[in-house]
Design a protein around this ligand. Structure first.
Ligand SMILES: [Zn+2]
Length: 163
């Protein structure tokens, strides 16, 4: 999903109106033992991105805002940048393949050094969020952790239901 469409889906006026509601939805889901965020992230990874972007960003922003002492606006921008990274984790050069085979010779990708992952520099994050420092770095790491945990929890919950 492009940065532009993410931005459109998260028009700030709508965000403000829905923020309080989403906080409640998130709390209810948590109380019920499910994880709304995990389900939404799975749907987004499957392609229904624009539809769920706003809710995911609001849920994430609510989870990181107070803990990292961010303003609502910075928390939402940080959540959006983290989501963008989460949805495009693979190296743009090798697309996650890590090595390229040329005439039977394996060549480690120069773009990622063989990790297969895209590296997001502080400069890129600063451009995306508008500001960057240790507090936002901590919030970004937290947001990434929240997303991995939520997706993992949702998938294991779903696996139990399928048994
Ligand atoms: Zn690569």
């Amino acid at each position: 999903m492009s940065r532009e469409s993410l931005a459109r889906a998260t028009n700030s006026k709508n965000m403000e109106m829905e923020s309080g509601i989403t906080h409640d939805v998130d709390r209810l889901a948590a109380a019920a033992g499910g994880d709304t965020l995990g389900g939404l992230l799975l749907r987004m990874r499957e392609g229904a991105q624009a539809r769920w972007a706003k809710r995911v960003i609001l849920i994430l922003a609510n989870r990181i805002r107070e803990k990292h002492k961010l303003t609502r606006s910075i928390a939402e921008k940080t959540a959006m940048a983290a989501l963008e990274e989460f949805l495009a984790p693979h190296c743009t050069v090798c697309r996650g393949a890590r090595v390229m085979v040329v005439e039977k010779v394996k060549i480690v990708c120069e773009g990622c050094g063989g990790t297969g992952l895209q590296r997001f520099s502080n400069t890129t994050r600063r451009q995306n969020i508008g500001t960057y420092g240790s507090r936002i770095e901590g919030a970004m790491a937290d947001a990434h952790g929240q997303m991995s945990d939520a997706l993992g929890a949702y998938l294991s919950h779903a696996a139990v239901r399928l048994k």
